[in-house]
Design a protein around this ligand. Structure first.
Ligand code: PNS
Length: 164
């Protein structure tokens, strides 16, 4: 039986921290489905299509990663995909409280699905999509924190380079 994990999130945009977790996850799972939440309460910077595009380019070397979208409950999506594992990255202690709540609620909603936390690489401990967007918005150098395609798209979005 194939071990399939769901790696859910907003991915607005994907960062090297996400890719680090995926690389670690692929050592444990045969396949990982990157699942972008549609219509989150947050107001995303990138459209779903843009986020899918950046994920596809950034993850093209991995042939056991699938990119998909979902709406509604994560556990229902995981069950639909016949997966018993939700993969989440843990950075600093500040992530813990939210992740703990999410994992316990998901467990309550479906006891067959386990949340697996992987510790991010030390160099990504303080990076997040939000902080990267904040830096990029004001022209900060975010080289090496995001895949090149994301770096380019952020510069385009914030008007530092012209879009084609
Ligand atoms: O990267 P994020 O934004 O922290 O990801 C949050 C995400 C998508 C994992 C979470 O918001 C989610 O699973 N939303 C779907 C609705 C749901 O099932 N919520 C948890 C139980 S109420």
């Amino acid at each position: 039986m194939k071990r399939v994990a769901i790696y859910p999130g907003s991915f607005d945009p994907v960062t090297n921290g996400h890719i680090d977790i995926l690389e670690r996850g692929l050592k444990l799972f045969d396949k990982i489905i990157v699942a972008i939440l549609l219509n989150p309460g947050k107001d995303p910077l990138f459209t779903v299509e843009e986020r899918i595009h950046m994920l596809k380019i950034s993850l093209k070397k991995f042939d056991t990663i699938e990119i998909d979208t979902f709406s509604g409950l994560l556990v229902d999506y995981a069950a639909k995909k016949k997966s018993h594992a939700i993969l989440r990255g843990m950075r600093a202690v500040s992530d813990f409280e939210y992740e703990f709540q999410l994992a316990l609620m998901n467990r309550r909603l479906n006891r067959e699905i386990q949340t697996v936390f992987l510790m991010t690489g030390l160099r990504w401990i303080f990076t997040s999509s939000s902080i990267i967007k904040e830096a990029a918005r004001f022209g900060g150098n975010i080289n090496g924190m995001v895949p090149p395609v994301v770096n380019h798209k952020l510069k385009e979005k914030f008007g530092f380079i012209n879009s084609k």
